[in-house]
Write a protein that binds this ligand. Sequence first.
Ligand SMILES: *Cc1c(COP(=O)(O)O)cnc(C)c1O
Length: 360
Amino acid sequence: MARIYNFNAGPSPMPLPVLEKAQSELLELAGAGMSVMEMSHRSKEFQSIIDEAELGIRRLLGVPEDYAVLFLQGGASLQFAMIPMNLRRPGKSADYVDTGSWANKAIKEAQIGGGATNVIWSGKGNNYSSIPKPEELKFSPEAEYVHICTNETIGGIRWTQFPKTPAPLIADMSSEILSRTIDVRRFGLIYAGAQKNLGPSGIAVVVIRKDLAERASDNVPIFLRYSTHIAEGSLYNTPNTWGIYIIKLICNWMESQGGLQAVQKLGEEKASLLYDTIDSSDFWRSPVEKESRSIMNVVWRLPGEDLEEQFVSQAKKAGFVGLKGHRSVGGIRASIYNAVPLESVEALVSFMKDFEKKNG
Ligand SMILES: *Cc1c(COP(=O)(O)O)cnc(C)c1O
């Protein structure tokens, strides 16, 4: 078997034991005599899978009883649209913090149809190299909610501390969910596309304080209302059953690793290895402010785009993939989600040191 060092930004590596477990159950899920993809989403076998997936998320994140955990289709991108549709009542506004590419996509959806969208801070003038300081945020008194992207996957920055907001805080955690402990109570709604830390693509996990789901008016399509999916336990229509099954396996795997705290500790260790290397010489340069550095998506530059291209192509030959920065920003990016083993990061760091010796 030839599994390479995979630093893809999303979809991204899965824990090997999860893939192996899925493989072993592919033809016949214990006792069911069929694959998870062949069973009714209304069967008791599937109900126990979705219950376990939900419980796994609840336990790992510490989700309180008055919050629902939903498995929805359309990825995180559909959430950009569902949030304003459901949570910003007619005639009211919403606050958005513009920290980069993903925050921007959320803002664009919120502006559709002239919806009142206050961009209360933007990092654009600074090349999106940092997260705002608490004193830079002035919330609108009328806002129905405040939206942030807690980890900008492309820019490589994250909110180290979450802001205290007068209105419910809504967070896109796609590229960092389950990478650090959080206090769910500080949020009205948390959402994440699964393909970074949770499972396969095409599914979003939404954690929503249930009372907020009551805001949606009758003009919101039934399928796009959170209240519909809460009432039906994410089984209003046929869900992504395979995706939910894999999320269950991922949660089990995280628990076998010692839970969220242990996974967080390892994640911080992996990030430090890379940042220490980047900081160790002038050959490498981090384009983002130190306090805002992401521990999931580490971005850096070399002295010149030629060298960056050489770095990516030589790394590929040496078995490292996914290191090219996003086309919109260039440079290098290593995505080191939960499933990326420490050994992959150690191997990358040693490749970097060699590369620097030859080219520095
Ligand atoms: C990947 C990503 C998304 C988009 O997820 P889709 O599942 O492709 O819709 C949104 N926000 C962030 C922060 C992401 O990293």
